[in-house]
Design a protein around this ligand. Structure first.
Ligand code: HSE
Length: 311
């Protein structure tokens, strides 16, 4: 009986990061999912346990983000193998924190380790993306890429995929307020306009370039000026009761910049220290409580490593 087991931590991620819809994302140290993968002498792939999802995630392997990613990777290798998988969700579904990406990334990182690392980490992205597609009905890499690689990631191009890890010198702290309700990513994408005014595009790409430059140059004043989304945030803000009040409370409490995390409802706010991050979090929570009955708060630095083996 083979009993090799690998346990992986896959971090939550903040995608879009203000103006960078579908092209920017970063990883957090917490929360994150855990994936446990075990070699089995019984052929086929089985999900043996899922916790933290309130019974919502499918056990059917062709419907589950983690196993779809695994199946794509095994197909590429032309491998047939017996596997048992356990998924421990520590972040809410539909939270805007890259929950489905974390499961898919965790699964392929675990499989790669289990079978002797046939692929470099970067290569695992294409497999994880097939899992993400099952969940969100679209191929966007701004959660998968930072979850896999850690740090701040820019998706320069989708066709062909060109992912750039931004080496940021800055010490950034991130406050997350997670209102306890769900937003379905594919529905939140359908709300977006197919065409945008040229002047909004100019504002947006100026801000994206400013944000990236500010991060690389450790110019937090520039990061602050640039963290402004004129295309997506105004539409999705309507999905989060009191969003602009919560954002204002973060900015008044000293945040460098604040916006919706992914498709929401989580909201992120940057700051320079843990102390500031908790002060900002308290202000945001207080403001949110006027319209949202329950929120959860996380404070984290930027995760530098991405998904990692923990056992
Ligand atoms: N960039 C994607 C979106 C991320 O905003 O739709 C979803 O998590």
């Amino acid at each position: 009986m083979i009993s090799k087991t690998i346990k992986v931590f896959a971090p939550a991620t903040v995608s879009n990061v203000g103006p960078g819809f579908d092209i920017l994302g970063f990883a957090l140290n917490k929360p994150g999912d855990e994936i446990i993968l075990k070699l089995s002498n019984k052929k086929g792939i089985r999900i043996t346990k899922i916790t933290g999802d309130k019974g919502r995630i499918p056990y059917e392997i062709k419907q589950n983000t983690a196993t779809v990613a695994i199946l794509t990777m095994l197909k590429k290798l032309n491998f047939s193998i017996g596997l048992e998988i356990q998924i421990k969700k520590n972040m809410g579904l539909g939270s805007g924190l890259g929950s489905s990406a974390a499961s898919a990334v965790g699964a392929v990182v675990a499989l790669n380790e289990l079978i002797g690392r046939p692929f470099k980490k970067e290569k695992l992205m294409e497999f994880a993306l097939t899992g993400e597609k099952i969940a969100s009905k679209s191929v966007h890499a701004d959660n998968v890429a930072p979850c896999l690689l850690g740090g701040f990631v820019l998706i320069r191009s989708y066709n062909p995929i060109d992912v750039i890890k931004l080496k940021i010198p800055v010490q950034l702290f991130c406050t997350i307020i997670h209102p306890q309700f769900e937003i379905n990513t594919s529905q939140a994408r359908k709300l977006l306009k197919k065409n945008i005014p040229f002047k909004d595009a100019i504002t947006q790409w100026g801000n994206v370039a400013g944000l990236v430059t500010g991060l690389l140059a450790n110019d937090l004043e520039l990061v602050s000026r640039s963290l402004n989304d004129v295309i997506v945030e105004p539409i999705r803000a309507k999905l989060i009761p009191g969003f602009y009040e919560i954002k204002e409370s973060a900015m008044n409490a000293g945040s460098i910049g604040c916006s919706i995390s992914g498709s929401g409802p989580s909201i992120f706010a940057f700051s320079k220290s843990h102390e500031e991050a908790s002060r900002i979090g308290s202000a945001m929570k207080k403001s949110a409580s006027k319209q949202i009955s329950k929120t959860r708060m996380y404070i984290s630095e930027i995760n530098k490593t991405g998904a990692s083996i923990i056992d």
